[in-house]
Write a protein that binds this ligand. Structure first.
Ligand SMILES: NC(=O)c1ccc[n+]([C@@H]2O[C@H](COP(=O)([O-])OP(=O)(O)OC[C@H]3O[C@@H](n4cnc5c(N)ncnc54)[C@H](OP(=O)(O)O)[C@@H]3O)[C@@H](O)[C@H]2O)c1
Length: 290
């Protein structure tokens, strides 16, 4: 009950993760969800003005330039939103008594490690998107209560995501080819929202060790295995065939292995998020049509 008095700001509130987070957190906290319309984070003056008459107990920063391939053609815009936009929010809130939770990505890594990446591993992005998100992380590290949550391969209600794309293609085609040489962890926005709620709860009740946490659904797969799971859940007879990144050229280079170790999150909360297969089934059964 006491928690309901806590004020949380969510940036990117109408984006895929921001919407899931607003839905989950609104049962517990007073939520303000904003997007570009309410405050363009790239405009330092607008950001300063926005915070001039408001305070929040926590900011969860989900707003970002998220089109990984397009970022290769628009590096300045990606940098402006992901790095400068984040810096503007950090500058405006660093003197407030406010937790700053920044959502970041597995694409800060180059994918050459054979085991899941831990929070201590050195980032080395392969793409403009990954590089601009990493610059955002550097700003957050200067915030006295800065916390970075790296996640991966998001899907959830209201977003254009891999599950939707595969489902739509599988309904139109007899055969699909999907890359089998990039490994990662699909993550359901509603499950990530539960994890963020847990992190906020711990922060408000006993404080938090600020820093970096990796949070994804459990288990690791390739995009090919992910696609097969989607087709199976939809009871479609479409054949899914494995292909390689070399055969499926995209503008932005992706890491071959971007699995993230969730052990630090487990040490904090005592739990792992559900397996990615459970997450896909739950999304497709319940929430996909929202
Ligand atoms: N999607 C993934 O697979 C994935 C994986 C790992 C990490 N992440 C990270 O998770 C976070 C959420 O991702 P998502 O997929 O939910 O993103 P999304 O659906 O693309 O939403 C991004 C939001 O940011 C807002 N935004 C963009 N430019 C802005 C600006 N200048 N000022 C204010 N708001 C602005 C967008 O608003 P408009 O629509 O009005 O522009 C949109 O609501 C991001 O930080 C992303 O980097 C995503």
């Amino acid at each position: 009950m006491v928690e309901k008095t806590k004020k949380i700001l969510i940036t990117g509130g109408r984006g895929m993760l921001g919407a899931a987070l607003s839905k989950t957190l609104s049962s517990f906290y007073a939520i303000t969800a904003i997007d570009k319309e309410e405050c363009d984070i790239t405009n330092a003056v607008a950001v300063k003005k926005f915070f001039s008459d408001k305070t929040f107990d926590a900011v969860v920063h989900c707003a970002a330039y998220t089109n990984v391939d397009k970022a290769e053609d628009e590096p300045e815009l990606a940098l402006l939103i992901n790095a400068q936009g984040t810096q503007n929010l950090v500058t405006a809130t660093c003197t407030h008594d406010c937790l700053f939770v920044h959502i970041s990505t597995d694409y800060v890594f180059d994918g050459t490690k054979e085991a899941p990446y831990t929070e201590g591993d050195r980032p080395h992005p392969l793409s403009i998107y990954g590089a601009t998100k990493l610059k955002g992380e550097y700003s957050v590290q200067t915030h006295p209560r800065g916390t970075i949550i790296r996640t991966s391969w998001l899907f959830g209600p209201g977003g254009n995501n891999f599950v939707r794309t595969i489902l739509s293609l599988a309904r139109q085609k007899d055969t699909l080819s999907v890359v089998n040489d990039q490994m990662g962890s699909p993550t359901y926005t509603m499950h990530l929202a539960d994890a963020l709620r847990e992190i906020l709860k711990i922060y408000f009740s006993k404080g938090l060790a600020y820093g970096v946490y990796h949070v994804t659904n459990s288990g690791v797969c390739s995009w090919y295995a992910f696609a097969r799971e989607v087709v199976k859940n939809a009871n479609l007879s479409t054949r899914v065939l494995p292909t390689t990144s070399a055969q499926y050229i995209r503008k932005a280079k992706r890491p071959q292995n971007s699995a993230l170790s969730n052990e630090k999150f487990y040490a904090l909360t005592g739990r792992y998020l559900p397996p990615w297969q459970t997450a896909v089934a739950q999304y497709m059964e319940k929430d996909m049509h929202e």
